[in-house]
Design a protein around this ligand. Structure first.
Ligand code: AMP
Ligand code: MG
Length: 422
């Protein structure tokens, strides 16, 4: 485990008072390490989890050459350009059974989708392309087929002895099905990441508490819960923690003892009168950053005990944005995933956007399809960093990069879609 100072010394131009978004991700990639514990999990328990080893295919899929269509199997060498081909039907090959028997030139076998190709036959003509010619004879019209058509090859999906999935693959529905197609019942995956989180601030009310002047209900714990659950983490909800040293110390110690990562919100801005930052500093190796970004900016990062700390700002939109931009990629690394950040889409801005060069700005955007089929994006109304309704209206974040300046209507901008990221 490297200390923050060691990591900082490896980075060019590290300035905790003015970090670019790219530098934050670079730093975090050096700070976090994947969990090491491995479990054998049943396939229903692997969705969203990460393979801990290469998964070597114990079989070929499909296990034998087979027909891709309902039709007639024959030896494609008999096809001649410009000529119809007449064949006698000598049997039927059903899916799930091997058809025994030999097929001479001029003969074919009626075959069902998925049935094993009879020995010596390499081509299937779909039933609807043929004409009947009396009983048990078919005619294939000229020039509609190539030899080898409509045959699936043994192992064309997965090959016995070769990796079907690489270590570090985050398993989605398709991968779960693929693992089942190999006949595997359990898969080696990394244990689930345990993430503890709490909200700080004396003005923060828990649900069920009576409203009082100057206080707001805690929303951050609920967005963080949702974001972590979508990632497949085991969540440890520690509630709202009072702004006094004893409560904060107890919360941080309990979180560090149980979790791989701790996420807090609030109490890290400049000029905070509270004890959160002091307690982080006392208990761990923690840096306090000002990030060149909007919304966001203040963030505390480091380690308390062995747990990685992400001290997010308090504003509800800033929490979600800093989570998506920095925490999510770092947690994916801790989960053992080699998954890259979701690809950014390009959309045309429907309106001008003011943007200051020298910081990354994340605007809440609504992407839709323009009349010409291209993607168009407009920003939701109020972009204030406390306006959570703007996150609800939006379906993605417009990412205006560090060096970028004002956006004119019609300019292309990058968008991180929520679908897939949240
Ligand atoms: P802070 O970063 O502590 O200065 O908080 C910035 C703003 O976010 C303040 O208006 C807080 O009231 C608000 N805030 C902090 N934590 C939460 C929370 N858990 N839920 C909703 N709003 C919060
Ligand atoms: Mg505060």
């Amino acid at each position: 485990m490297k200390t923050l100072d060691e990591i900082a010394s490896q980075l060019q131009g590290y300035d905790p008072q003015a970090l670019s978004a790219a530098a934050v991700n670079d730093f975090l990639a050096r700070l976090v390490e994947p969990v090491t514990a491995i479990e054998q999990a049943g396939i229903f328990d692997t969705l969203g989890r990460v393979t801990a080893q290469d998964i070597i295919s114990p079989v070929s899929v499909p296990p034998h050459d087979n027909s891709a269509m309902d039709g007639f199997a024959f030896d494609g060498a008999q096809l001649q350009a410009g000529r119809p081909l007449t064949l006698q039907v000598v049997g039927t090959a059903l899916a799930g059974k091997a058809w025994q028997g030999s097929v001479a030139p001029g003969q074919c076998v009626k075959i069902m989708t998925g049935a094993i190709m009879p020995a010596g036959l390499d081509t299937v003509v779909p039933q609807e392309f043929t004409k009947a010619d009396g009983e048990n004879r078919i005619v294939i019209p000229p020039d509609i087929l190539q030899p080898g058509d409509n045959r699936r090859h043994k192992g064309e999906d997965l090959h016995e002895g070769r990796p079907a999935l690489a270590q570090g693959t985050r398993l989605g529905p398709a991968a779960c099905g693929l693992l089942a197609s190999l006949g595997l019942q359990t898969i080696p995956v990394y244990r689930r990441l345990r993430v503890a989180y709490f909200s700080t601030g004396d003005e923060i009310l828990s649900l069920g508490e009576a409203p009082r002047e100057g206080a707001v209900y805690d929303s951050n714990r609920y967005t963080v819960f949702g974001l972590l659950t979508r990632l497949g983490c085991e969540v440890i909800d520690m509630g709202v923690v009072r702004d006094d040293p004893a409560s904060l110390e107890a919360a941080f110690r309990a979180a560090a003892a149980r979790a791989d990562a701790i996420i807090t919100s609030g109490g890290v801005s400049v000029g905070e009168a509270d004890y959160t930052k002091a307690m982080m500093k006392k208990l761990g190796d923690v840096a306090f950053w000002k990030i060149a970004m909007r919304p966001g900016r203040p963030m505390a990062v480091g380690r308390i005990g062995e747990a990685v700390l992400f001290g997010l700002p308090g504003n509800p939109v800033a929490v979600m944005v800093t989570f998506l931009a920095f925490v999510r990629p770092a947690l994916l690394r801790m989960m053992g995933s080699t998954e890259a950040a979701p690809p950014l889409l390009k959309a045309r801005s429907a309106e001008p956007i003011r943007k200051k060069a020298g910081r990354t700005e994340y605007q809440r955007g609504i992407v839709s399809r323009a009349d010409d089929g291209s993607l168009s994006v407009r920003i939701t109304g109020n972009q204030g960093s406390g306006v959570l309704s703007s996150m609800v209206q939006a379906n993605g974040l417009i990412v205006l990069h560090h060096a970028q300046g004002n956006v004119a209507p019609g300019d292309e901008v990058d968008v991180m879609m929520f679908e897939g990221a949240i």
